[in-house]
Design a protein around this ligand. Structure first.
Ligand code: DQA
Length: 153
């Protein structure tokens, strides 16, 4: 039987639409489409089904989070620079009531001081940072465990 409690919304915030144009030394050089394809493959391998959303508009990001409980059972969030200052996005994430993991491609703790701050502190199950695209695999595995979804393979 297919689990109906296996949906993960993978959310990317500001500047991820141009991921392939950002410094490949820091962000790995993938496009968002390539990253999402990789994430969907990893999700299915864990028995999860990923849905994707990206916007450069903070308001749209908050509105998506408002709808998230109808669309998904869990959240992977990479809010880009909003991570470091948007209490509005933190409030919207909290409002979902869904288990969430924060991911960053780069190692936010070894860059500028302002990147060490995360508005999601205390709201997420885990923060995965500095592992590039592999970080999403770790986030998905944590959510699969939390949802009690078992590996189909
Ligand atoms: C990022 C890290 C943020 O500090 C930065 O503003 C981003 C990307 C990451 O994935 O490494 O836009 O979230």
């Amino acid at each position: 039987m297919t689990s109906t409690h296996n949906r993960v919304a993978v959310l990317h915030g500001v500047n991820f639409d141009v991921l392939e144009r950002r410094d490949p030394e820091i962000y790995g050089g993938l496009s968002l489409g390539e990253l999402e394809t990789r994430i969907q493959r990893a999700a299915r391998g864990l028995g999860l089904e990923a849905i994707f959303f990206q916007t450069n508009s903070e308001g749209e990001f908050a509105e998506y989070l408002h709808r998230a409980p109808e669309l998904a059972d869990s959240i992977v969030i990479n809010a880009g620079a909003w991570t470091h200052y948007s209490r509005a996005i933190a409030d919207a994430l909290e409002l979902t009531g869904l288990p969430a993991v924060e991911v960053h491609l780069s190692d936010v703790d070894s860059r500028q001081d302002w990147r060490r701050v995360s508005v999601f502190d205390g709201l997420v199950l885990a923060k995965v940072s500095g592992k590039g695209a592999d970080g999403y695999d770790e986030a998905l595995a944590a959510l699969a465990r939390q949802l009690g979804v078992s590996d189909p393979g």
